[in-house]
Write a protein that binds this ligand. Sequence first.
Ligand SMILES: Cc1ncc(COP(=O)(O)O)c(C=O)c1O
Length: 447
Amino acid sequence: MSSKSALAEVEFPLTNSLEAHWMPFTGNRDFKQKPRLVTRSEGIYCWDQNGDRVIDGSSALFCCPAGHGRKEIADAVHKQLMENDYVAPFQLGHPTSFALAQTIADLHPEPLNRVFFTNSGSESVDTALKIAMAYHRARGEGQRIRFVSRERAYHGVNIGGVSLSGINKNRAAFAASIPHVALMRHTWLEENRMTRGEPEHGAELAEDLERICQTYGPENIAACFVEPVAGSTGTLIPPKGYLKRLREICDQHGILLVFDEVITGFGRLGAPFASQKFDVVPDIVTMAKALTNGAIPMGAVAVRDEIYETITDSGAENAIELFHGYTYSAHPAACAAGLKAQEIYAREGLFERAAELAPYFEDAVFSLKDHPMVFDLRVIGLMSGIELHHDGVPGRRGQQVQKDLFWNGCHVKFTGDCAIVTPAFIAERAHVDEIIDKIRKTLDQHV
Ligand SMILES: Cc1ncc(COP(=O)(O)O)c(C=O)c1O
């Protein structure tokens, strides 16, 4: 069936063709045979092209903790656009960006007080790479050009982030990535399979960083990037003591520790950021997604005072200090959406609410423990990985289950054979039950 005729069946009012849009991270040919279009979203639900209700089990793509369709955010964006729609961000400013930067800084522990704005998680990661390089250069250690990342890492899709990637499919076709990146081992261990909470085994995996230092010389390494909880690969929770050990090794060798919190930031772990959850303060934090509750694209990078000051003090007086920035850095509409989203999170106590719901959520996910399709379960805060046994071809079953689940009325983001269930923080227990029931019924169809 051509995609044109597939579309005709769904009475999509805007166009007769799906061909022009080359969709991201999507099997375009497969999708266009039987499209899954979302035409409306509200709260924890969305509706497909047939008018059927679909519960959102992944806060869309980990973006909407306050639920969809928050009128207050739309109103704030509308007001901002009518008052001051766009301001050139180089050499000019506008009040909303300073207010949002302060709000974000206040969510982080000291001394993470300086915030650089981007438009996505990928841009945040590439910005962090450049800040790390500029910082060492300003300190007279410009030889630090190596980076450390981890197997199974996802750091977005720009060339910097792809170079840090530990997911084969995300880098295989793109040979021209940046050199000098060494990967630590990932933190999934068989001994921790099906265990609850932070894994007991594996803190010693942090010693991989020390081994890389010994191989390449620690004085040549600029930064170590980790997702505190590896998200896109399917929620890999750090073993107890692992992040603290990374911090120690970085401190010992003058290496910057970067937490990529594009998924974990803004309450997903039941604390504002991973630094509070794990009691480890990084040097740089990358953010995006829930910053604006998904309403407007936006990312941010928070850095320690000392990093900001070292770079800004190194420039000639009155000169530009960091030759970096985006045309849409701190776009007024995005700042307005971000400020309103943060206000809602605080007013409704959503991070606390996520922490309160977390034990119930964990029990609900672990109710799938004995399902014959389930290989592993991992839960922290309102973030989980439900990993299925593969069917011989890794990823094939996951893709089919994801599609069937949607037609059974539940959207969940899958990576390979792992469902990444991350409900909105406004979810009630009944919503958690509905998501898990729909997953169970869909898995039953595949036994
Ligand atoms: C840890 C992490 N870093 C970076 C990114 C890239 O963010 P974006 O898709 O907004 O570019 C993601 C996206 O899922 C992510 O999970």
